[in-house]
Design a protein around this ligand. Sequence first.
Ligand code: ATP
Ligand code: MG
Length: 578
Amino acid sequence: MRQKNMLIPTLRNVGAEVEMASHRWMLRAGMIRQSAAGVYSYLPLAYRSLRKVETVVREEMDRIGAQEVLMPSLNPAELWRETGRWETYGPELIKLEDRHQRDFLLGPTHEEVITDLLRNAVNSYKRLPMSLYQIQTKFRDERRPRSGLLRGREFLMKDAYSFHGDQETLDQTYEDMYNAYVRIFSRLGLDFRAVEADSGAIGGKESHEFMVLADSGEDTLVICDHCNYAANIEMAQLEGDQETPERERIDNIPPMEKVMTPQTTTIEDVTQLLNCSPQDVIKSLLFMVDEKPVLVLVRGDHEVNEVKVKNALDGDQCTLADQEMVRQVAGASAGFVGPVGLKEKVQIVADFGIRQMSAAVVGANEEDTHLLQAVLGRDFQVDQFADIRTVQEGDSCPRCGGDIRFARGIEVGHVFKLGTRYSEAMNATFLDQQGKEHPFIMGCYGIGISRLVAAIIEQHHDDNGIVWPLATAPFAVHLIVVNPKNETQASLAERVYEDISQAGVEVLFDDRQERAGVKFKDADLIGIPLRITVGSKASEGLVEYKLRRSGDSGIFSAEELSTRLPELLKQTDQTTVS
Ligand code: ATP
Ligand code: MG
């Protein structure tokens, strides 16, 4: 393609509100333009890369036998009322009315539509299992759509759904999808980890997220470099059963003692006033787990992990109780809640770490008061011990006991085992061999296609612009003619352009009437892997090459193009100068 006629509106600067590297480079390289917050046009360069990502995804989906379909973005509210999500999905759901005042929404995900499709089209076990996927624009009214393509309100997703008559084939398809995702992200040249994840609002039991490692990522991951353990911080486990304190130590502890601790609302205030360490204090927090108050205990230096609490109690939702509820249950405000002498009996769940404490400082359930020397089993009881705290730096790997580290990640894919949540709600059933009716068992599998393009740039850029991996670069070669008015240069460049195109290699030909400096700057910005320049040595039939990633450069005769081109393309993804 000739750059002269292409829409590549590069920019020298972007506003200070642009924080993410991918957002900045995509704007500056003339790849995207914003119409409204989180709503973008993909210009030719971006769209070419995007289609390459789509191609890799399609190939790997087709390879595991998933069939491509395209469902409507405009979804009737009735389907979403059947599953309850019309009401529960929340403010991200974009709702609208048609001219007859009938409710519709713009699909943020397609469990309802596909379950409706299958309940009407498939009714026998003989058709199962079946996997379907689509690559489609999704709509979510995100709260903070400020990161370019990483979080759009309109974005491209690959979403796949599988339907099964039994758990075994679901397990098999889940594994196939998981492996397909590993191949996809590897082919795209990404450094990524698959992590155990919470299945969140979509529901279901088993789930993994695929995370691209990048310091700019929103998610925190816990990674073990010794055994490959990786988990989202929400889910990262700790070593479970820890020792309970010895009986003797408990016998020696004097009885509890009440102390006045006015205005101590935080653990820090308490430890300062009582001159103790956070490890000696029990943090007691009242949560609502599916409308039921539950008192949660962790050591003073630990943080409660709400996802783990929710999962330990097999609940759907877990939030901090409001002040009113705290008063009702404890008879005091939040800073003075404890497990001894609650006004109302509630379930008490404690982290395993609590079992190791012998005597602890706890809130007294009286305003401005704490208790010293509260002893588990003597002064208070716990209904359930569980791993409910967040992993911290210095903890060890739950699998191998080695050192863990924290890393930031961008979620690019998610696989879930949904089970029968949607098929039951929507009465989507099939007949088994005996003619008995069962709800479909389902799985769902998403990949953020447009987010992936941005995630690739988050991992592949430098101070001058994007550094595309060959697999997703909008073009493989950037051909630059330094002075198109010079006839020798122009004609050699035309010939080289012909030859590269003939070889079936995608080439962007910078034939613009611009200063050489401008062209080179733009070339670095756009980040095409191999640059070939036709300049002053054209009279000797020589051209210059430069690899965007390693900076490696050299000169060769245009006559050798057919042998040099494949060699050079092979070197484009290498980081070191050879
Ligand atoms: P996030 O936690 O980032 O909001 P999610 O859990 O809501 O993601 P899913 O519902 O699992 O995402 O959607 C499947 C995939 O779609 C995600 O793994 C992600 O790659 C992509 N995705 C989700 N929301 C957006 C968005 N607003 N913009 C671009 N891609 C998105
Ligand atoms: Mg989301």
